[in-house]
Design a protein. Structure first.
Length: 505
């Protein structure tokens, strides 16, 4: 890839290392970013603020359906060309997009840069997958005298519901996966980050994507589950809480009409096990990054760490020492490690968590931007694995030398299945945890920041349905496969089919 801003395989891992926001990359602290952020005026970005009425929405859906039909008839390589053009404009508009990630989503500079890169990676990845898989049909074996071709068709209009914690990467990832396959999109982006959404959609328009192909429900639209109930959509892609996913599933199940497929990526009470063969400096770094990076506002974040009793006190001293050095503050300053929580309700929820664990609560200041100091709470085995609090709060559980298996079954039985971390130098333990029912297992490293393309991300159980973001399969969940069987002996013989697109004319 010619553009130096895009992660090539050689730089992917360098990007990941820098993404949790604790080591700001020199290259990213260029004067332009500093200048842009300090003089940035979010007011210049317009958001359409009218509450969409039902009639207007239905009209938008009709226009979207028409646009989708000609989009589906456009060859994959032409769709991809337009999506790549969108990626180019996102690269060109780096400063504004990063500034909006900082000001609207409260991201640190390093987290904002990492997310901007991830959004572009998603576009490139799904475009490459589309070109690889959708240009020609797959020939399947069959009986003599018959020809079988497998072709992929779009589902129609996909409702994409994206969260505030990755308002660019997840928003783009969902939408582009659907568009590559020839679908139209109804976007329900997070209300907290609507200026960013508006700018991304403006760039899509500028790139030449047909205007009504992506309908935006807008900042004042009713909740995601209301959209599911009332609007004619053919598939739903959701990232958010487990509770909302259940409501959406219920609404889909009781909606008259066809059965609608649903892909959910939800949360997790994610655990890590550290045994006494682990390298403590590495563990300390991994714990601080995984539990407190991005203010713990990642569904992949570490929530409960199980530490073998022989090293527990020593490691705790190291981690609490590192926590005392973390600078929590307003993200527009680059001299911070951790930004604020997204809004007042998130801040209040963390105060409830403090009460729940018997920790001291904080009081709201007049100029609050909802900073919340990272906390560590010691708790007895098995820990508290019911609630995902979604902030920088870590449960610390010591376990006995012969309790490794007990800890593994505690995690298995919790029902959560998103990320898991192991720090150990025993190969048998790596083998054991690779069998845990979770989507992403990380061994001897931090457990956030999955890399698009090489580490498909998503969970099972309470944590989601799959297929995983950034993997090979998600593209196909926005499509239907159709097997076309020809009797080759009949007059006319075999027609070479196009996949994912109807031939023009
Ligand atoms: C989320 O937090 O909603 O691996 C998902 C990671 C990110 C997680 C995104 N891809 O940390």
């Amino acid at each position: 890839l010619p553009n130096p801003d895009i992660r090539t395989p050689e730089t992917l891992f360098e990007g990941r290392k820098n993404s949790p926001g604790l080591n700001l990359n020199e290259r990213e602290t260029q004067a332009w970013l500093e200048h842009r952020l300090l003089h940035f005026k979010p007011e210049q970005f317009e958001v359409e603020s009218t509450r969409p009425d039902q009639a207007k929405l239905m009209q938008g859906m009709e226009q979207c359906k028409k646009a989708q039909q000609s989009w589906a008839a456009t060859p994959v390589k032409d769709r991809v060309a337009l999506l790549q053009r969108w990626a180019e404009l996102i690269i060109k508009n780096k400063e504004d997009l990063i500034a909006l990630l900082v000001t609207e989503a409260g991201k640190t500079w390093a987290d904002a840069v990492a997310e901007w890169r991830e959004g572009i990676d998603f576009i490139h990845h799904y475009c490459a997958e589309g070109l690889r898989a959708l240009q020609t049909p797959t020939r399947l074996p069959g009986p003599a005298g018959e020809d079988n071709q497998l072709v992929w068709h779009p589902r129609g209009i996909c409702l994409c519901i994206s969260p505030w914690n990755f308002p660019m990467a997840i928003f783009l990832g969902q939408i582009v996966a659907c568009l590559v396959g020839g679908n139209g999109v109804l976007a329900k982006a997070a209300p907290q980050t609507q200026k960013l959404t508006a700018l991304l959609l403006k760039l899509a328009q500028k790139a030449g994507l047909p205007d009504p192909l992506i309908q935006n429900l807008g900042p004042e639209a009713a909740s995601a589950d209301a959209a599911v109930k009332t609007l004619p959509v053919d598939a739903v892609f959701f990232t958010g809480s487990t509770a909302t996913a259940r409501t959406i599933a219920l609404n889909l199940a009781t909606k008259p009409g066809p059965i609608i497929p649903f892909v959910a990526e939800t949360g997790g009470v994610n655990c890590m096990i550290v045994d006494s063969t682990a390298l403590l400096e590495q563990v300390c770094d991994a714990i601080v990054q995984s539990a407190f990076g991005s203010a713990g506002q990642r569904c992949s974040a570490l929530r409960v760490v199980y530490v073998q009793e022989d090293i527990s006190e020593r490691l705790k001293t190291m981690v609490t020492g590192a926590m005392a050095l973390l600078r929590v503050g307003k993200p527009v300053s680059k001299d911070i490690d951790i930004g604020p929580l997204i809004d007042e309700s998130a801040w209040r929820r963390m105060q409830t968590a403090c009460r729940h664990f018997g920790l001291e609560e904080e009081t709201l200041q007049a100029d609050q931007t909802f900073e919340f100091k990272p906390r560590l709470i010691e708790i007895a085995l098995p820990g508290e694995l019911q609630t995902e609090w979604f902030g920088p709060l870590l449960q610390w559980v010591s376990y006995g030398r012969d309790q490794f298996e007990t800890v593994c079954s505690t995690i298995e039985q919790s029902g959560w299945g998103l990320t898991f971390g192991l720090h150990s130098r025993l190969p048998s333990r790596a083998q054991r945890v690779a069998n845990l029912p979770v989507g992403n297992v990380y061994i001897n490293r931090s457990m956030t920041g999955a890399v698009v393309g090489s580490q498909p991300f998503g969970g099972q159980g309470f944590s989601g349905t799959g297929p995983k973001a950034g993997g090979h399969h998600i593209l196909f969940s926005a499509m239907v496969e159709r097997c076309v069987t020809h009797n080759t002996a009949a007059v006319g013989g075999v027609v070479e089919l196009m996949t994912g697109a109807k031939p023009r004319g």
